[in-house]
Design a binder for this molecule. Structure first.
Ligand code: GLA
Length: 374
């Protein structure tokens, strides 16, 4: 009996031990080593740094993309729905349905909303520059129309949109010019920029107001943008920050360029938001073109690694400058859809984001949440 008892006691202990070992193994099989992806998203990893946003359309607000947005992001921007041609395609006729659905998604899910944008040279309806006979309107008329547009839009989303891109891309692409020769500039001179900020501030004094542009780390463009921002500040125009679009590539910016740009803009006492982050796997091109025959668009392992390293570098710099940076927003959710699939090379696939076409995290994602990158 004593012998039997000891034997069964031993077998019982063995069973308990092996069950514990099996249980631990099954848990760790679901959690890749060093990858705490259980319930945390980018927004949680960066909670003590800045909010993490994404550009969306109303199509993204249900199904697997909506699930991903809620897990990973705590800020959203309308990809197109709040641009002038979407909101007021004809004078006085506002179309709110899509913008409202994005606002409601944000409010219902405790996600902050950036407004984009109030005054731009693209996606702007022709009617605003013309009278009823198709002739160019005067500066007074154009500024009045701009005021009406901004006042109506900012008022509608007062208290819901916490920050606006007020003026988008006013600096010329040509380094030897200062401001872009847009219709806004031709008709109003540079006044339209200051006026747009004043109209927005009058409509919602609590909203944070941003000037937004691209190639902001290239020294020649950086210095022209700096000149504009300094001028606005000196005139007492209500501007809170600069939006650096961050449509980047594996080639640029360098760490040095990114650091210099952040230091220069923030020296004006302005906040910085990275408003449209993506990392093209191709070098930057501006002109649209057809894809050449034989031009590869494969996302090779070498490209995946380079992209992960570039993302690691820029997020390391972001963390370093967390005192100046208040938001980092990605331009689209995943490689399933990116505006870069069509631009500038028609039909060429690109892979610029942190999630792949199945919405799974890419190599770049793990680098972005690897805070050991110093
Ligand atoms: C610019 C605009 C964005 C968007 C991108 C391309 O950066 O600011 O709204 O249109 O181009 O998608």
């Amino acid at each position: 009996m004593g012998k039997d008892y000891k034997f069964w006691k031993f077998m019982g202990a063995l069973w308990i031990c092996s069950s514990v070992v099996l249980y631990i193994n099954s848990c760790s099989a679901q959690i890749p080593a060093n990858r705490d992806q259980t319930s945390r998203g980018l927004k949680d990893f960066y909670q003590k740094y800045f909010s993490i946003g994404v550009a969306v359309s109303s199509k993204n607000l249900s199904g697997d993309e909506a699930k991903l947005i809620k897990k990973q992001f705590n800020s959203i921007t309308a990809e197109n729905a709040m641009k002038m041609s979407s909101l007021q395609p004809r004078e006085g006729q506002f179309y709110w349905i899509e913008a409202d659905s994005i606002i409601n998604f944000g409010l219902n899910n405790n996600i902050k909303i950036r407004g984009h944008n109030l005054c731009w040279h693209e996606q702007t309806p022709d009617w605003i520059f013309q009278d009823k006979d198709g002739k160019e309107v005067s500066k007074v008329v154009l500024l009045q129309r701009l005021k009406e547009h901004i006042t109506t839009v900012v008022n509608r989303y007062k208290g819901k949109v916490y920050a606006w891109d007020v003026v988008n891309e006013a600096i010329d692409d040509n380094p030897s010019h200062y401001l872009r020769d847009s219709k806004w500039y031709k008709i109003c001179g540079e006044d339209f920029i200051a006026k747009a900020f004043e109209f927005a501030h009058a409509a919602d004094p609590d909203a944070k107001l941003y000037y937004n542009d691209y190639n902001t780390e290239r020294p020649e463009k950086r210095d022209r943008i700096y000149r504009l921002l300094k001028d606005l500040k000196e005139k007492g125009i209500p501007i809170d920050g600069i939006g650096l679009q961050a449509h980047w590539s594996l080639q640029e910016p360098t760490e040095k360029q990114l650091t210099a740009a952040i230091e220069k803009y923030s020296s004006l006492g302005l906040k910085i938001q990275f408003t449209e982050v993506d990392m093209s796997i191709y070098p930057w091109e501006k002109e649209r073109r057809e894809r050449k025959s034989g031009e590869s668009d494969q996302f090779t392992l070498a490209l995946q690694r380079k992209q992960a390293a570039q993302y690691a570098m820029v997020f390391k710099v972001f963390r370093k400058f967390k005192a100046a940076i208040t938001n980092v927003t990605f331009w689209n959710i995943s490689d399933r859809y990116t505006w870069l699939d069509e631009y500038p090379v028609k039909g060429r696939k690109n892979y610029p984001l942190l999630f792949d076409t199945n919405l799974e995290p890419k190599k770049a994602y793990w680098e972005v949440i690897n805070f050991k990158n110093k």
